[in-house]
Design a protein around this ligand. Structure first.
Ligand code: CMC
Length: 360
């Protein structure tokens, strides 16, 4: 038995390949060639090709219309939901969408985390939701709906790069959860809900919020070593470091660091913030290497995700929701692939409990 199913191949996929050497391929394109060059709408198209018969060449207008349609669901945004964390509120709102396997369902599900997160973040700050503008690209509309004002070109490009970078990543925990559910033929909404549930955990998509907490607690580079040593001595994990598959640097960390650098050059990020984060990263990598010489613990996607999402003004409590805005595309494509070619996923467990005894 493999603990945590490490190394077990549980599906064949044409969607993405995660290589331990630090390479991510999405449908035949390296992430280095996609991030910053391909719009999120085109990436969704790439992932969906062959899985929906009626896929239009330009997904932008259909996705814009799906955002407008999904906005209607916000009638269900009651005060009870606003007491939840943003990802729990988004999960609850998504659960109200009907199940289905067609393109309309898929586009509604891509729109859902975008529209719901923006509205929940605003409502929790006492502000009314902003209606989607179907003529904008997905990234521009997300920032506009969340902040109530148009975003700059640099900011839209940064969020677009982020959504593309996290759109798919092999058989990660949330994608596996979505595929298991899809394999029962439950439908895309159920599969996406399973994905959201798995993504929420701090070992998967819940890490970038705590990265900001770590940076804020460290405060200045001189404190980094002592803070990190203290955290590891308590048995804590450093959020934004380590990966199940990558044994060298997570290529997504570099793609996002590039986007954060461009924001820095355009002065769209707090002065000194990037240099400070780099100093913390350097200290963390040195300490992790000294403590775990046999396990290559490198920066993962979540470290620079935190900086990027902070710069475009998402509150840390909503970072996992933004991850869902990108990864939902992968969950849907994998679910369709599972239904098209896969059987019911039903592994075995090894019973290690007591053997039957005679009842007294
Ligand atoms: N900080 C400190 N120690 C670590 C870390 C870390 N970030 N990551 C792994 N280790 C240690 C771990 O304690 C273990 O030590 P020991 O063998 O003495 O018990 C050893 O390295 C191996 O860890 P593991 O738990 O067997 O590794 P895994 O493959 O199950 O864990 C991980 C992968 C991502 C869950 C883990 O590295 C981690 O918890 N990282 C912090 C959370 C994080 O950044 N999550 C985002 C992951 S990337 C986004 C995504 O694709 O989901």
């Amino acid at each position: 038995m493999s603990d945590g199913l490490e190394g077990v191949v549980a599906a064949e996929t044409v969607l993405s390949e995660v290589d331990a050497a630090g390479r991510l391929v999405i449908r035949g394109f390296s992430l280095d060639d996609l991030a910053g060059r391909t719009a999120f709408e085109d990436l969704v198209h790439l992932l969906f090709e062959g899985f929906f018969p009626d896929l239009p060449a330009d997904l932008g207008p259909a996705l814009g219309a799906a955002r407008a349609q999904t906005f209607i669901q916000l009638q269900a945004l009651d005060t009870g939901l606003l007491d939840l964390s943003p990802i729990e509120a988004v999960r609850a709102l998504t659960a109200r969408l009907p199940d289905g396997d067609d393109l309309a369902t898929a586009l509604r599900l891509i729109a859902a985390p975008a529209v719901f997160t923006a509205a929940v973040v605003r409502a929790q700050a006492g502000e009314a939701p902003v209606r989607p503008d179907p003529t904008l690209c997905h990234a521009a509309d997300i920032l506009r709906m969340m902040r109530g004002r148009p975003a700059s070109g640099d900011e839209v490009e940064a969020l677009d790069t982020y959504l593309v970078t996290v759109s798919d990543h092999g058989l990660n925990a949330s994608t596996f959860a979505a595929r298991v559910i899809a394999s029962t033929r439950a439908g895309l909404t159920s599969a996406v809900l399973g994905g959201i549930g798995a993504l929420k955990g701090p070992l998967h998509g819940g890490a970038p919020g705590p990265v900001i907490e770590m940076l804020d607690e460290i405060g200045e580079p001189a404190n980094a070593r002592a803070w990190i040593e203290g955290a590891l001595a308590r048995g804590d994990r450093l959020m934004g470091f380590g990966h199940r598959v990558y044994r060298s640097r997570d290529p997504r960390a570099d793609a996002l660091k590039g986007a954060v650098r461009r924001l820095n050059e355009g002065a769209s990020i707090r002065p000194g913030r990037l240099a400070f984060a780099e100093a913390v990263e350097t200290a963390a990598l040195a300490i992790l290497k000294a403590r775990k010489p046999d396990r290559s613990l490198q920066t993962n996607v979540e470290f620079y995700t935190a900086l990027l999402l902070e710069a475009v003004e998402f509150p840390p409590a909503a970072f996992t929701c933004v991850f869902a805005m990108g990864r939902v595309a992968g969950w849907i494509a994998h679910s369709r692939e599972q239904v098209a070619g896969g059987r019911l996923i039903r592994p075995q467990s090894l019973y290690i409990g007591p053997q039957p005894r005679k009842a007294a």
